[in-house]
Design a protein around this ligand. Sequence first.
Ligand SMILES: Nc1ncnc2c1ncn2[C@@H]1O[C@H](COP(=O)(O)OP(=O)(O)OP(=O)(O)O)[C@@H](O)[C@H]1O
Length: 315
Amino acid sequence: MTSPADDKQNNSAPIIEFIDAEIKRGSQTIWSHGNFSLPRGSVTAIVGTNGTGKTTMLSAELGILPLSSGKLNVLGAPAGKNNARIGYVPQNYTEISESNITVFDFVLLGISGSRWGFMPSRKQDREEVNKILEFVRLQEHSYKRIRELSGGQRQRAAIAQALVNKPELLILDEPLANLDISSQNSIVELLSQLNKKMGMTIQVVAHDLNILLPILTGAVYLLDGHPHYSSMNNMLDSQLLTHLYGTKVEIITTPQGDMFVTHNSAMEPSSRTVHDEHLTKDAAQWHSAQQAQARLEANHHNHADSQESQDLQED
Ligand SMILES: Nc1ncnc2c1ncn2[C@@H]1O[C@H](COP(=O)(O)OP(=O)(O)OP(=O)(O)O)[C@@H](O)[C@H]1O
């Protein structure tokens, strides 16, 4: 039994913690120097251009891919130990999964699929599946085949499957890809309810931030071979986003206070995609060189300041 004090302490502990984390695939360093943590109850986007290692990051969090150095704790233990408390929705999952199965059985697999051997489903499990199907508004499609659903409905079925074990952390890999705006909105509304009503922490890989902006509390951005965490206010910086996406990005605020991230191709900088063309190793070196330069300049300023105060004292 944990005491209320323990619970309070656990609740304030970060849900995910990267400590000087680095990951390789084969001999290729995908990203390194990951030092950040995500608070419990947050909704975080993972952003970065293609191939920067967003899916790799999720695999590391699930303990599927080990770090090459550093540490990664998830729900207070090394990655992989607490997977039963995590709901995971992989990229294009319902496309690659068995589409002949009924929606009900597909969601039930989220429970029975994690048990050893064949077991008939239990009444409490079937009741739980019905509850979740109602929550994701698929109850009237329960006995349809997955292949008979629209893309948006399939994505909701995949989310339902990830929810049946009542996870504390829900991780989704590009759940909005290839969906029309109305289906995207219904997924975002679902995530908002899970976060606000059930206190679930959510991490979502996304290419387009706009639709998620109303619910995001922060973002992990993969830039120049390093993952960084930023609160949403700091993330919405046109210079940072232009550098991140390798194309001119602007932030627009409407008179009502709504924010939009826009891409203006007419204002494309000549350096477009320059970072995408670098190997991760080169980008990391470039980033380190920038940091070293910034440190040199800071030292120079400090030195100049102390020289100035020494001169003043001598005067
Ligand atoms: N199974 C694998 N074996 C070796 N390298 C891989 C494997 N899967 C991905 N990679 C490499 O790891 C790097 C990161 O891939 P990852 O899929 O994590 O990127 P991503 O940011 O999720 O990309 P996207 O936005 O295109 O989905 C890429 O350079 C990719 O080529």
